[in-house]
Design a protein around this ligand. Structure first.
Ligand code: G6P
Length: 368
């Protein structure tokens, strides 16, 4: 088994360390001569142009990837997007029609609720595009189009590299839709493609900083409760950071939108409560600084995740800062999730938990 882990102690760490390579494998083949190309894609330009709404459906980590997809598609392609948990979507007689595109996201391609939601959307006439990791899985076979995430086998129950690659595919889709609909000019498309192509290198940089995250985890693995607070894409990212931590550390954790802090969460902040604040969205940086002040005034200890260019300001606001390389804020979640995955990993290891096989959880939920 240790050979399978390629010298790593756990599959989860091995899989996190594969992120630069699998992102490259997922992005590069789809970029040709500065254009985004999907092979054998049946979705026509006409369908994209006349699309009135996009539904994104998934469970767990894939659902959190979908939340990022909503921000990216709405910003770039200006198509309204609904993101739904598959088990909610399928049972509420969803208003789906042929003028809508349905994107289904699943690492395994076998999650029962997601598969059933896909069938429901198809039955109602929507074109379906799946973002799947396992080649030939049920969801891949049954959707009209499939865009594979080339993450390779993911063994650890807690999903890591699959999420990063799901985001990469969603950004490619958002850019492709934007190009078709003319909502973004060619120069901007080229700029984002260039930014995407730089991501594998940025990921290497983030992985070189593992020890800083390990040291921080060493001071907090006994926490009773940990909060994640973020705005916009950092809110979506916070949802995933919080889930990762819950899954393998068994520490109670919640993610909140920064603006919601005053509407409840702040009542839970006590002396010493750890609050993790991704602040990768330049336009909302100052708003996050205010949120940090608010929780610190109640005794919170704050870890910020910020771009290198913001290190000084982030250090002034927070107790500790983990930096990510400077990248366009729209794409930041792909890179910024990795410190959160590593934090959950180290906390789980320090608590002596079964990192790769957490209690009560299954890799793929094929029953209701
Ligand atoms: C399970 C796994 C999660 C995963 C979710 C959706 O709960 O433990 O890691 O995110 O299912 O799985 P899928 O294969 O559809 O992405």
């Amino acid at each position: 088994a240790s050979a399978e882990k390629g010298g790593y102690e756990h599959f989860m760490m091995k899989e996190i360390c594969e992120e630069p390579a699998v992102l490259k494998a997922t992005i590069s083949p789809r970029v040709r001569d500065g254009q985004i190309q999907f092979e054998h894609f049946k979705l026509t330009d006409e369908m994209v142009k006349s699309c009135e709404k996009i539904n994104i459906i998934a469970c767990g980590t894939a659902y959190h990837a979908g939340m990022v997809g909503k921000y990216a598609i709405e910003k770039l392609a200006r198509i309204p997007v609904d993101v739904d948990v598959a088990s909610e979507f399928r049972y509420r007689d969803p208003m789906v029609n042929e003028k809508q595109i349905t994107i289904v996201i699943s690492q395994s391609g076998e999650t029962l609720d997601t598969l059933m939601a896909l069938r429901e959307a198809k039955k109602k006439g929507s074109h379906t595009v799946s973002i799947v990791n396992v080649v030939g899985s049920s969801i891949a076979r049954e959707s009209d189009d499939v865009l594979y995430t080339w993450a390779g086998p993911e063994i650890a129950v807690a999903s890591t590299k699959a999420y990063n690659t799901q985001l990469a595919v969603l950004y490619l889709l958002a850019l492709k839709f934007a190009q078709i609909r003319g909502t973004v000019d060619d120069e901007t498309i080229r700029y984002y493609i260039d930014q995407l192509m730089q991501i594998p290198d940025h990921m290497e940089t983030v992985l070189q900083d593992k020890e800083a995250i390990q040291r921080f985890a060493a001071g907090h693995y006994n926490a009773r409760s940990i909060f994640f607070i973020g705005r916009n894409l950092d809110y979506a990212l916070s949802m995933e950071g919080s889930l990762k931590l819950k899954e393998i550390s068994y520490i109670h954790s919640e993610a909140y939108a920064g603006g919601e802090l005053k509407h409840g969460t702040i009542a839970l902040i006590e002396d010493g409560t750890l609050v993790i604040c991704p602040m990768t969205q330049d336009a909302l940086f100052e708003k996050m600084v205010s949120n940090i002040r608010e929780v610190k005034a109640r005794g919170a200890v704050v870890l910020a995740i910020a771009a290198e260019k913001h290190l000084d300001e982030a250090e002034k606001a927070a107790d500790a800062v983990i930096t990510i390389p400077n990248i366009d804020p729209l794409l930041a979640p792909i890179v910024a999730v990795t410190p959160l995955q590593l934090f959950a990993y180290y906390v789980s290891v320090m608590k002596g938990n079964d990192v790769d096989k957490p209690r009560n959880l299954a890799k793929s939920v094929t029953v209701e």
